[in-house]
Design a protein around this ligand. Structure first.
Ligand code: MN
Length: 496
């Protein structure tokens, strides 16, 4: 035991089924220290403490406790929403590590930056989390897609299992960088993978959208986020597992997810045999390709019609998709896609979007499309949106353009029966989950000389929707209130 740490209650059982005690935890951390410490050195940590073991309560401790001895290093980081600082513990030596373990800090969550440069991440981290019906092997499949894509950008990456359910892929930088660069980079890469493999990858936090898919959490790349440190023990299962770096070869060979879970004892044996597989993450110097986000977007953008869309948004702040490559419905195909988004911005309204010429022609319709004949409603033309907006649902942070809750209210295909956008008159046949039948969308010149669009029902009256249909997402079945509560797209609004 390191001299300055007094191990208390070593026999306290932390993992009852595995009979893993507090003494075992401290011993593991002391033995793993030579391999683990380089990954913690200089990084503020959040401790996940379980004073009574995994079946008791737990809490995240950011601030060093009041009884922290003088010899423990801390670093003050200004609070985001309040005055004062958080005094984060920095674990630079085995004694501090043992002291934390003795506090029942089973899990060690580290920042991607080192003090004092708390605005400069040393790596980009992708968190791959399996949705219902998926497991670690599904994560591995996506990790290889990610590796391939990064490789084409000239970047090497290393995987580690988290000891929980998923996998993380780290891209070492170790060159001057900023979260302003890594956040949008990770977002763009995740979006690209989602578009390439929509049946396998999802980038929205909504649980319902994650069924049988792998969720890529790009939002970890923010100054406020910590991720589980390599070689930290996890308290997610009845047995202790370690967040353990693995080789790509081992990942490829794995036939069963269980073979990718490592007990502390196995983790120590791996360290003895393989050394630190994550050493390159601390050593390799790499740079993000310049202008990546712009390049991906520019390559996918048809004729710059999305410039207005891009200009209004800060993709560092909003989780709305950056314009990107989405397969348009085949050329000459009569059926194209449409979406109606219910949008609780400063005023509740509906956004009606039609796939046309590789983008979404968009109108804000304050009262929504009428279901009765003879009712005309105003439709205000707004900027074109990118095709990947078709499935956007979530919360746009307040203060951002269009801040508020967005629901995918209806989704389907449409045909133009007569007219064209250019003529300012579209006779449409919609085949949505809610909206079915014919509408006429047409442009008139108002008295003050401005163009105004109107939308009217044509053909037979449509059966009015039930209140439940009215407040239900066709994507996730959530209500507006539920989407707002989940705040799944509002990552950068720093939810607490
Ligand atoms: Mn809107």
């Amino acid at each position: 035991m390191p001299p300055r740490v007094n191990l208390t209650h070593p026999d306290k059982v932390f993992f009852p089924r595995a009979k893993f005690t507090k003494g075992d935890l401290v011993r593991y951390y002391v033995e793993a220290a030579p391999c683990l410490l380089p990954h913690l050195r200089g990084r503020p940590v959040t401790l996940l403490r379980f004073p009574d073991g995994i079946r008791g309560g737990s809490f995240y401790e950011k601030n060093a406790p009041r009884f922290t001895p003088d010899w423990i290093k801390t670093f003050p980081v200004p609070r985001r929403h309040h005055e004062g600082n958080v005094e984060y513990i920095v674990i630079n030596d085995a004694e501090t590590l043992a002291w934390c373990a003795n506090l029942a800090a089973i899990e060690l969550h580290a920042f991607l930056h080192r003090v004092p440069r708390i605005d400069s991440p040393t790596a980009v981290a992708f968190d791959l989390d399996p949705g219902p019906g998926m497991d670690l092997l599904g994560c591995a499949a996506v990790a290889f897609q990610l590796k391939e894509l990064l490789g084409r950008l000239g970047l090497e990456a290393w995987p580690k299992v988290t000891g929980s359910k998923g996998l993380q892929v780290y891209v070492p930088l170790n060159t001057p960088s900023s979260y302003e660069a890594t956040g949008p980079f990770a977002h763009a890469v995740a979006d690209l993978l989602e578009r390439r493999h929509p049946d396998l990858v999802v980038t929205t936090m909504a649980k319902a959208a994650r069924q049988r898919r792998i969720f890529i959490d790009w939002s970890q790349n923010a100054a406020s986020k910590t991720t589980i440190c390599a070689y930290s023990v996890r308290a997610k299962h009845e047995e202790p597992f370690v967040a353990c770096p693995v080789s790509w070869e081992q990942l490829k060979k794995a036939k069963k997810a269980e073979t990718l879970f490592f007990s502390p004892e196995q983790a120590l044996r791996r360290i003895a045999r393989l050394g630190d597989l994550f050493a390159p993450v601390l050593a390799l110097k790499q740079k993000l390709p310049a202008d990546f986000v712009r390049k991906v977007a520019a390559a996918a953008e048809p004729a710059g019609s999305l410039r207005a869309y891009r200009k209004k948004r800060d993709f560092q702040q909003t989780a709305e998709p950056a314009p990107g490559r989405v397969a348009a419905s085949g050329k000459g195909k009569k059926e194209r896609r449409f979406v109606v988004q219910k949008h609780a911005a400063s005023h509740l309204h509906y956004d009606f979007r039609l796939e046309m010429g590789g983008t979404l022609k968009s109108w804000a319709v304050p009262k929504g499309l009428p279901t009765e004949r003879g009712v005309k409603r105003s439709a205000f033309a707004v900027e074109d949106h990118p095709l990947n907006y078709l499935r956007f649902e979530g919360v746009i942070p307040q203060g951002q353009y269009g801040g508020g809750t967005v629901m995918v209210w209806d989704l389907g295909t449409y045909r133009v029966l007569k007219g064209s956008y250019g003529e300012g008159s579209l006779h449409l046949l919609l085949q949505g989950r809610k909206l079915k039948g014919e509408w006429h969308l047409f442009k008139i010149r108002s008295r003050d000389g401005k163009d105004v669009w109107l939308v009217a029902r044509s053909g037979a009256r449509m059966k009015p929707l039930t209140p439940r249909q009215e407040d239900s997402s066709v994507l996730t079945r959530r209500s507006m209130a539920r989407i707002a509560r989940d705040r799944d797209a509002a990552w950068n609004s720093r939810r607490r």
